[in-house]
Design a protein around this ligand. Structure first.
Ligand SMILES: [Fe+2]
Length: 326
């Protein structure tokens, strides 16, 4: 990546096949104007792309999310990216697993490989720049020296603008099956899990503790996208920024055990979330991370306010089947 802290060459684990990044997600929502207000207030840059809007962070050219309008909130697809030399080996691997290749959805680039995971979630693998971090991002904290003010007036703080997307958490009907599929087919590795409740997976070429996570539900769906900011102050200021714009529902501020990140989740108008997160654990290319199975009481958070009762309800599931892990 060339847009943060100078140039850091893309890291890769030699001799092994795996996606290097979660390139972007695509979500359908019932009202694009509401989505523009929500994600714009969150601090993302929005760009019209045909009938959709692209989500970007600051001046970076990368598109982390693509939001389109339709009858109801629904995860459309996840797009993962690989190094150029890994594209054909991926195509060969899919064939070996007898995974059916699909046509690209109408209007989308036909250069990638499209297929479905065991829950029916549409996936793409394509060649693209590595956008998962190549080193742990800087976490800013400095104590104010004696004799100086540490906090400015609120009006002096700039709008919180995330640096990059960190990860997405999706609902799955079978956490173990999802871990197996995303490991065997996409080459992700398990970072941590809590039984059949949640699981977190990282890329083998250097990535955050999780680029993709799973929560158990009775139907597939989109739970949250997570956006990296550089300090705990930015997490709190982000929460205030959203509350000021009318998006006060959410969960936080707190700290996770699995991934260790500090968080505030802002509830979007469709019952899923966007997370301000900082200081998530980082797993370097080539590092063999020991995946642990954590007790349920450790699975959600280290400290913070009580979990909202419906935080893990899958509102994307058909109404009659709205499902929950709790
Ligand atoms: Fe998260």
């Amino acid at each position: 990546m060339t847009w943060m802290n100078g140039y850091v060459p893309p890291s890769r684990r030699p001799g092994e096949l795996g996606v290097h990044s979660l390139d972007h997600f695509s979500l359908m929502v019932p009202d694009l104007a509401v989505a523009e207000k929500f994600y714009g207030s969150f601090g993302l840059d929005l760009e019209e792309q045909g009938a959709s809007i692209a989500l970007r962070t600051g001046a970076q050219p990368h598109r982390w999310g693509l939001i389109s309008e339709g009858p109801r909130k629904s995860l459309q697809y996840l797009s993962f990216s690989v190094f150029e030399e890994d594209f054909q080996p991926f195509a060969d691997r899919l064939q070996r697993f007898q995974i059916k290749r699909l046509d690209a959805p109408a209007g989308l680039d036909r250069g990638g490989i499209w297929f479905r995971d065991p829950d029916g979630i549409l996936l793409e693998v394509r060649v693209c720049e590595k956008v998962s971090p190549n080193e742990k991002l800087v976490f800013n904290y400095s104590s104010t020296p004696a004799g100086q003010r540490g906090a400015l007036d609120r009006s002096n703080y700039a709008t919180v603008r995330p640096r990059r997307m960190s990860h997405v958490l999706i609902f799955t009907t079978d956490v173990s099956r999802a871990i197996g599929f995303y490991h065997d087919v996409l080459g992700l590795r398990l970072s941590d899990r809590s039984g059949e409740f949640v699981a977190f997976m990282h890329g083998i070429h250097g990535s955050d503790h999780h680029m993709l996570a799973f929560g158990k539900a009775d139907a597939p769906g989109f739970h949250h996208c997570s956006w990296n900011v550089d300090s705990l102050d930015q997490v709190g200021l982000g929460a205030m920024q959203m509350a000021d714009k009318g998006f006060s529902a959410g969960w936080g501020t707190g700290r996770h055990v699995l991934g260790s990140n500090y968080f505030f989740y802002v509830r979007d108008p469709w019952g899923s979330y966007s997370e301000y997160a900082c200081d998530i654990d980082y797993i370097a290319a080539g590092q063999d991370w020991e995946a642990l199975d954590h007790k349920p009481e450790d699975a959600v958070y280290l400290w913070g306010p009580a979990l909202p009762e419906d935080f893990i309800v899958n509102y994307e599931a058909p109404v009659a089947q709205a499902s929950s892990t709790s």
